[in-house]
Structure formats: structure tokens, C-alpha cells
Design a protein. Sequence first.
Length: 390
Amino acid sequence: MNAQNISIEQAKPYLEAFQKQFTIPESYHFHSVQKIEADHAPAFFFRYQKDENKGMNGEHFSFIISERDKQVLGFTNMDKRYANLNMPSKSETERIAKAFLKKLDGSLSVDLENLWIDRHDEQIFVDSDKRVTIAGMKYKCYRQSTDDYAWVIVGFDGTIVTFERNIKWNMDEQRRITEKWLHDNWLIDHSSISMGKSALVLIETQNEWMHTEGKLNKALVTDKGMMSKSIANIEKALTYARKNNMEVIHVGLRFEKGYPELANGKSGLRKAIPTAGTFPINEFGSQFYDTVKPIEGEFIVTGRVGASGFTGSNLDAYLRNNKIENIYLAGYATHVCVESTLRDGHERSYNTYVISDATSAFNQTQQDYFLSDIVHHFGEHLSTQEFINE
């Protein structure tokens, strides 16, 4: 994906050209403009967002306009008000779409052959994690003279949700050739290719730490406020990662009955874990905490036997085979297993980040020491809000 961020001043003539034909909804505020290529032709891609429900897969108003002749190539209004599923009839959709196309470009409207009219759904997220279906009636057309497609999606109230034109299609492979700049899922997938893929790595987000009845929560965590805050922030980070199609990896601990993996441990965790009886396989303590437990499609690391999430496990193989370069660490405990995974990940050449307020040590002194004196040697730290705004 080739996109270059530019200033609104640089793109002002193209914004003005768009506004001569269309009105940007008042509730949306300028977010970004990029110089892009649409079918190898230079164009400008504008994005506006609301103050709430912003970010990828949130509410947004976006449009594309060509550089050469300032032709509007498409726009979309992913607004939650279009969650109203009372669709216009096919005849009403056709009337509205034809009138829109004629007003926009008379030659385009004459040259188009309607292929079909049917309901079209897309999904966005609102209120952090609520999935909402945006619906409209899609009027899809083919233009033989240029061998491309155009469509108009009409919302419940007769207004236009989405318009796209000059769309090229590979009939043999039944896939779209033209870039999908107006579609957030496509942007997420392709930005990960160009920028290096990232993963949210959750370390020991299990009942032993996070549940009030967990053995480690009761025995070791003296700063319950920091623990509660970290749980809320892990939930926020996880919601953001899922919403933006970021890889999520769950790195737990679980040991067979009798702890044979740690046999003859005379000190450190190899002694402490069997003595405390923590993380027994298939029992309460080793189960993932309910609000952050894995969902389908998320990777659960297996084989781990040490403080680092990499020790004895398939974590490194999964990261490398899936070309993940950036790992964002959250979980427990900050100064033990999070730190060990941070150090190990750094040594294995990953870009390592700790989401500082989505972790917890036993007390604030340990947390502060890690953040001030340790983390900068092996990576970086950022807050949950900074992670969400990355």
C-alpha cells in the first residue's frame, strides 16, 4: 500500500472541489489526508471521524478524488444511524441511485448498465466494542465502454451511504483489482504489510493473577488498585486489537499434575510454583480470566515452562512464520514474566513494547523501578491510550 501523509493545506484545492458537490457531515472532524494511487493514477484520500467511535472500523466519512481532473472516485459514510434496517424498495433504490448519478456525472449515468439491486451490509464498532451493522440497498452497474463497475448504496432514509466508480474486476479470479481505500478492513490488512505486523501478547491473563480468588492475587499482589486498573486496561487494549484485526496471542502457564516440567527445582520459580501449587492444568487457577479469554482465531501458546513466554514454547515460531515484528506486552507480573518476555523478545530481534498500565507488579515500587530503570534497555513502554492511538 503506497500512501503518503500530507497536510490539509497541500490538499485544499481537492477538498474544495469535493465540497462543491457534497457536504461533509457536521459531526465529523478532519483526521487525515493522504496522497495515494487508485489503479496506478494519483489521487487524494481524505478521512473524517467523530470525536467518539473514532479509529479504524469506527464511524468515519471518507472520500477519494483524483489528482488529474478532480473527479470524485468515491465516498462512504460509515455512520451508526445507518444501522436502521428498514430498507427502501428496489424501485425506490433505482430511482434515487439514477438521480444521484445523473447529477454527479450525466455521461456516467447514461453509460451504466444496472446488474442487480440488493441489500449490502458492513460492520463498524461503536461504544468501544459494540458491533453495529451498517446497511443499505446496493445499486451495482457495469460500464462496457471502460470495462469497469460503479455502485451506489442507498440508506434507509434515501441518502447515499457509499458511492464508488471506475472499479476494475478480475473475472477469472472473481476479485476486485482496484484498491479498497474506503474500506477499513482492507486498510488494516495492507498497512500491516507495509509497516510490519504487530501483535498484542497477553501474558498470564489467568485466574491466578486476575481473579480475586486466585492464589497469586491473594498471596502476592498488595496493590489491589494497580491490579484493578491493569485489568480494565487489558480489556481496553484487547477490544482495540480485536476491532482493528491485530493479532492477539495468549501466553499462559499450565503444568501437569505433580509439576514434572519443573522437577527437582531447588530455587526460584522452579521451586516456588510447585510449592504454591499454582497454574495446575485444567483447574481454576490456570484458566484464562473470563473477560479476556481467547476467542476463535486467536493463538494460544503451548509448551511454555519458564518465566519468558518464549521458554520451551511455540511463540517464536508463530511470530516468525506469521511475519510479526512488533510485540506489545500486557499481563503479569510486570517485574517477573513480562520483563522476562521483554528481554527475550528483544534478544530475538523483535520490536518490543510494554503497555505499562496494562501490567501490574506486586506493588508500585516494583512497577516504578521496572519502568524507570529496566524497560529502556530492552524496548519501550507506552500507556493503553497511547497504544490505542498508535
